[in-house]
Ligand binder design. Structure first.
Ligand code: GLC
Length: 705
């Protein structure tokens, strides 16, 4: 038996039933929690987060003294099993990076991995050893507030980022003092909550579940993620926390996941509300049987499992298996050797200049330029600039959702940041109030409007029924635009908003998401051309709320637009195309695609697909070159496009580079009509292009075998 398994086996053999069940119990100090429970061996892990506002509070601080105090209490328990201390370190700890959806817009897994590594280094300073991240939920409905926390609508982008984030948090050895145990969440299908209403039930057909929602979680498991969190959702009639097929047969049986599963907040006991459990004992037995090893704060395991074992309703072997998984992760996290955190670390590891630089670069690279009429941006030659809107003095508003350890005082107020970056001779005036702004517009050469949604409107339990800008903002933008000065609209948001009308009224639109601690300086660098906006949309932008759900990898239907005839899939009152498609984004130069080449017109083992990309503009630029395919005929209907790879290239003005992708048969696999996964022979279209609607098109065949 491998050394670490024999250690676990020996420890388990010494544990009483109560001590075993204690390891399955995750407590939160924010609740009615008696630390004596730790000494009594009734707590396996602590969740250091405020359930109150689901992560919307900032400046709330854990502390290494508190954590070490709890670990010392565990050392006083009979078997001295260390606690696993968890926290929602979603997109930074003290150095708050752009929200995950913004990071996805950068299409830069390496940068996401680097940011996760910084987050791990900072969070471990204060005794955190487990983060409830990465959030991997595919989201096709921007009404859902948690779209902000994920990687958008595409399974390939989501899978690449899943792997990068797990590697960033955990490194090669999660026992290192600056590494965290990661948690792939929320398994699975949470983003399909009906109506975009958080916690609602959802229906996902098996092929879509397999081909769209599960791949990022599989990538996280292949990358060695230590834990997985079960979702709140009732998926196809089975609550995720009671879904044995997904939690055990798929996660462990098919993918070989070795870590442990933790439920989401109280979702074990919530099986009663779902109506699949009659009481807490039934809920606990269901969840444990399904494959949930640790119960987050509902205490259904702690309160009922011992009696259920005694009554023969729950086999102790099930409990032993869950305990083994938890002890294994604690051991891999190095907690048995080093349960305490060195309190002398903070100064050098928190908020370092290099962390701030990374945060600023990430913010620039995640901002998406949606419109730039007459190359208004970057601003040049304007002497009098008016900056107006509710974000002019923004500090912690730039953090976005799930930034409990961000400190507002760490953020340079946005107006000050813009002043620091603005070129000499440029006069900036700021107006937070609409009437003042309208008055000052007459004296300005150009107006920058800082609009969008406060982070409180984003994240968990923060859904909207109307995707337009918050009340009053559209009217204000229209009033300013009517005065005839050039207008740059900057939008801070945690989701795609239906900005159709404002976009038509202004000359330039820059989507800044919630850009994090360095968001002000990054915005200044982008507006004044010290940096170029590097983002491409990780999610489709609807024209109106009524278009939702709308996403690029949709099916063709039998009456697609463009087909002959009048009875086609469309609205009577709106064109069907999205406002902006997945993958779209402008920058401060332009690119041309030419000379598509395929190494063959038949794919056997590999097929090289390449095109020349030229920077045809006046400035250096970064282009995210995207590769899409379409399976023209399948045993099930197939998406009109699927992203299969992407490469970012930096090109100087006039520079041309041939960008080459390699396609292999396994990349064309999908869940077929018989439920198996594989590639079907036939013809495929392939594109290399700048987004999910354009590109150079070719064709190849995958032959009958
Ligand atoms: C919340 C969220 C989950 C988070 C957990 C702990 O309700 O659903 O993402 O990690 O509880 O804060």
């Amino acid at each position: 038996m491998p050394e670490d398994e024999s250690f676990i086996h020996h420890l388990l053999s010494q544990m009483t039933l109560e001590e075993k069940i204690g390891q399955l119990n995750l407590e939160s100090p924010d609740l009615a929690f008696d630390p004596e429970m730790i000494r009594q061996g009734k707590v396996g892990a602590l969740l250091n987060a405020s359930g109150a506002l689901t992560g919307q509070v900032t400046g709330q601080q854990g502390s290494v003294e508190t954590v070490n105090h709890f670990q010392r209490l565990a050392q006083e328990s009979r078997l001295k099993i260390p606690l696993l201390i968890g926290r929602d370190v979603i997109h930074g700890y003290r150095t708050i990076f752009p929200i995950p959806l913004a990071q996805a817009a950068a299409f830069d897994p390496a940068m996401s991995q680097a940011a996760a590594a910084v987050a791990a280094r900072e969070a471990t300073v204060e005794g955190i050893k487990w983060t409830f991240a990465p959030m991997l939920d595919i989201a096709r409905d921007p009404r859902w507030g948690r779209i902000a926390e994920g990687n958008g609508e595409d399974p390939l982008l989501g899978s690449r980022l899943a792997e990068a984030l797990v590697r960033g948090f955990q490194g090669k050895d999660m026992a290192r003092p600056d590494k965290l145990v990661a948690c792939a969440k929320h398994y699975v299908g949470y983003g399909a909550a009906e109506g975009g209403r958080d916690y609602e039930s959802g229906e996902i057909a098996e092929p879509t579940l397999r081909d769209v929602y599960l791949p990022p979680f599989e990538s996280a498991v292949r990358a060695g993620v230590g834990t997985v969190m079960s979702a709140f959702i009732d998926l196809n009639g089975v609550p995720a926390t009671a879904n044995r097929r997904l939690l055990t047969e798929v996660l462990r049986g098919e993918w070989g996941f070795e870590g442990f599963v933790v439920s989401d907040w109280e979702s074990v006991a919530e099986l009663i509300y779902h109506g699949v459990a009659g009481d807490r004992a039934h809920a606990a037995a269901l969840a444990l049987h399904a494959g949930v090893d640790m119960d987050m704060v509902s205490r259904a395991y702690l309160d009922t499992l011992a009696e259920s074992v005694r009554q023969g309703r729950v086999p102790v072997a099930k409990i032993d298996e869950a305990v083994r998984r938890i002890l294994r992760i604690k051991q891999r996290a190095g907690l048995f050797e080093n349960p305490l955190t060195d309190p002398s670390r903070p100064a050098r590891d928190l908020l370092t200049p290099s962390a701030r630089q990374l945060a600023r670069a990430f913010a620039c690279q995640s901002m998406v330029l949606l419109k730039n009429e007459g190359d208004l941006l970057p601003l040049q030659g304007f002497r009098r600039i008016l900056v107006a809107g509710p974000f002019v003095h923004a500090r912690s508003e730039l953090f976005g959702t799930w930034s409990p350890d961000g400190h507002a005082e760490d953020v340079t107020p946005l107006d000050e940041a813009l002043r620091q970056v603005a070129p000499k001779g440029v006069s900036l005036r700021f107006a937070e109030y609409n009437d003042l702004a309208l008055h000052l517009t007459h004296e300005a050469d150009v107006v920058i409007l800082l609009m969008g949604e406060h982070p409180i409107r984003s994240g968990e339990n923060s859904n909207v029924s109307d995707l337009r800008l918050p009340p009053g903002q559209e009217e204000f933008i229209a009033a300013v635009a009517a005065l005839g000065k050039p207008v740059v609209l900057v939008i801070f948001a945690g989701r795609p908003l239906a900005i159709t009308r404002p976009v038509s009224q202004v000359q330039a639109v820059l989507y800044a998401w919630h850009p994090g601690i360095e968001g002000g300086a990054a915005l200044g660098e982008v507006l004044f051309g010290l940096a170029a906006p590097g983002g491409r949309l990780p999610v489709t932008f609807p024209r109106a709320t009524g278009q939702v759900p709308i996403y690029y990898n949709h099916k063709n239907s039998g009456r697609p637009l463009g087909r002959d005839g009048a009875f086609l899939t469309r609205y009577n009152d709106l064109i069907s195309a999205p406002l902006f498609p997945f993958g779209y984004g402008l920058t401060y130069t332009t690119f041309a695609y030419a000379s598509l080449r395929l190494s063959s017109d038949v794919l056997h083992d590999r097929l090289e697909v390449s095109a020349e990309v030229t920077n045809t503009g006046p400035r250096p630029g970064r282009e995210v070159v995207q590769l899409y395919v379409r399976d023209l005929v399948g045993s099930l209907t197939r998406p009109v496009r699927e992203l299969k790879d992407f490469q970012a290239v930096e090109l100087q003005p006039g520079e041309t580079r041939r960008v080459t992708f390699v396609l292999r048969p396994e990349q064309l696999a999908f869940t077929r009509a018989d439920g198996t996964r594989g590639v079907e022979p036939g013809r495929f279209h392939v594109w290399i292009g700048p987004d999910s609607q354009r590109g150079l098109q070719g064709e190849f065949e995958y032959p009958f075998r």
